[in-house]
Design a protein around this ligand. Structure first.
Ligand code: FES
Ligand code: FES
Length: 224
């Protein structure tokens, strides 16, 4: 049988040194592994802004008046209205097509002006909230919003009113919506469900929805 040294024959100092060395090596390795990348990488410069594209000349017909502008192609219709022409009635809520605050009419159809480029609308007839009244008289839908208390802070109201104008026109034209029970039925029943569905792209943070629906229904049914 081969000779096995007893446990107390082991070289204790050598063994302790070995354990200490192992622990130090392991700790150093762990520190390297856990070191944040940012601490070792050279600091990176912030990205440079995209260079401006050359401005283009564009003429916009807004509320029957011609506006000659020089705009970068990336300027939205909303920013052209507010920042370049100074027509601040059209509001910027989300700037990404979610709230409807920026709704305007283009050739009679409602669109989100934050989702379209101004240079795309040369030759179009653009109507903003400033153009809804005529000859110093409020449009029926504007008067109805006041009469039925259809706003609180009023921030969403320009978009609501522009959208309501098109909404009423669409119902009168017999355009079906997702909640129309039968698409063949004319005229569309201008009930609250139809109005809510058709106005669902216009959000109101104040929750004035019941009175907005009432105002629209009153105008839609009164003169149809
Ligand atoms: S600002 Fe255009 S949809 Fe909200
Ligand atoms: S009235 Fe305040 S957001 Fe609609």
């Amino acid at each position: 049988m081969p000779h096995m040294p007893p446990d107390n024959d082991l070289d204790e100092p050598t063994l302790r040194l070995s354990r200490r060395g192992f622990m130090q090596t392991a700790a150093a390795a762990a520190a390297v592994v856990n070191l944040p990348v940012t601490a070792t990488a050279a600091p990176s410069a912030p990205p440079l802004p995209a260079p401006a594209a050359p401005a283009q000349k564009v003429t916009l017909d807004i509320n029957g008046k011609q506006h000659q502008l020089s705009l970068e192609p990336r300027v939205t219709l909303l920013d052209a209205l507010r920042e370049h022409i100074g027509m601040t009635g059209t509001k910027k809520g989300c700037d990404r097509g979610q709230c409807g605050a920026c709704t305007v009419l283009v050739n009679g159809r409602r669109i989100n002006s934050c989702l379209t480029l101004a240079i795309m609308h040369e030759g179009d007839k653009i109507t903003t909230i400033e153009g809804i009244a005529s000859n110093g008289q409020l449009a029926p839908i504007q008067a109805a919003f006041i009469e039925h208390d259809a706003f609180q802070c009023g921030y969403c109201t320009p978009g609501q009113i522009c959208s309501a104008v098109a909404c009423i026109d669409e119902m009168r034209a017999g355009t079906a919506s997702a909640v129309s029970p039968d698409m063949r039925i004319r005229p569309v029943d201008m009930n609250s469900t139809e109005i809510r569905e058709r106005m669902s792209g216009n959000l109101c943070r104040c929750g004035a929805y019941p009175n907005i629906v009432t105002a629209i229904k009153v105008v839609a049914t009164r003169s149809s």
